[in-house]
Design a protein around this ligand. Structure first.
Ligand code: 6GU
Length: 234
């Protein structure tokens, strides 16, 4: 997979792209990630990427020129059309289903906006998929792009370094994950549940499923209602 991140703040991504699961996926060649600065595609001596809105109003608007040129630059020479994603609080709210869809694409181009938003002709001309990471306002799309890259890259086959991959994650089956324990068996008078020490895999599986369902009912009953597959949670 290739991911191009278009942003005014490429330096924000450096430590993230070099660390942990994403860093290892990059090093091992599972994904190639490049950051491109819109400011390298400006046409005036001030290197402007934004301007005041027509007919007034507060704030500044991202201009068409640098955005179209940057997208065309990173798309040049690619046979398959990239999936263009505009990070915006006005987009569809990101969830694991969307992440999973995106993880099957070969080229993602992420557009991170700033200021009051993008000139509407960027939407009309590029027809990007618009994605939000939740119902709150960030000062720019960078933090949202980091969230999206992390969630997508860890689904690439081989990224997690163990066979099961993401199969057991919260949300992968529409449920939150069951509790986990590691050594020691007793810590400050708190014991690891006996069943997990039993070695009985069928019982352990049944316990985990019950815990998953109970945890989802307690914390996120909306997930049980929303279940959009043939899922049954007895
Ligand atoms: Cl993608 N961008 C901004 N600026 N704010 C957000 C967001 C994105 N998602 C939630 N809030």
């Amino acid at each position: 997979m290739r991911i191009d991140v278009l942003t005014l703040f490429p330096e924000v991504f450096e430590p993230f792209l070099a660390s942990s699961i994403v860093g290892r996926a990059v090093t091992s060649g599972l994904v190639e990630i490049a950051c491109t600065n819109f400011r390298d595609f400006t046409h005036d001596k001030h290197r402007s990427v934004d301007d005041r809105p027509f007919s007034g109003g507060p704030g500044m608007v991202m201009m068409c020129g640098p955005v179209f040129d940057a997208v065309e630059h990173v798309s040049r020479g690619c046979e398959v059309e990239a999936t263009k994603i505009l990070l915006t609080p006005q987009g569809e709210r990101l969830n694991q289903r969307i992440v999973s869809e995106l993880s099957r694409d070969s080229h993602l181009v992420l557009l991170c906006g700033h200021y009051e938003g993008f000139d509407e002709r960027i939407r009309l001309g590029l027809r990007p998929r618009e994605i939000s990471i939740g119902d709150y306002v960030l000062s720019g799309g960078e933090a949202a792009a980091i969230v999206l890259v992390d969630a997508v890259v860890r689904l690439l086959p081989g990224a997690l370094g163990h066979e099961d991959g993401a199969a057991n994650d919260s949300f992968s089956d529409g449920l939150l994950e069951h509790p986990q324990y590691t050594r020691p068996r007793t810590y400050r008078d708190m014991e690891v549940p006996e069943v997990l020490l039993s070695g009985n895999h069928a019982e352990i599986e049944a316990w985990r499923r019950r815990e998953s369902i109970e945890r989802t009912r307690d914390r996120r009953p909306d997930l049980l209602k929303e279940s959009d597959g043939p899922n049954e949670h007895p």
